[in-house]
Design a protein around this ligand. Sequence first.
Ligand code: FES
Length: 66
Amino acid sequence: MPRIIIREDQGPMEIKIGGESKWLCRCGLSKNQPWCDGSHKKTLDEQPGKLYHYSADGTRREVQQP
Ligand code: FES
């Protein structure tokens, strides 16, 4: 069942596992969850106050808010 989840983070969070850096995805766009794959770069030109929808192929469109 599809669902909508709103994410505002535009970059990963670093964690240390056994002294090694790992990067957790916080944007929700990574195809390698829970790890960052660099897809968050698509969000860097988002404008404050706007809402965006990303389709499975990574295409972005702005959503009109009520
Ligand atoms: S934080 Fe989501 S892909 Fe990098």
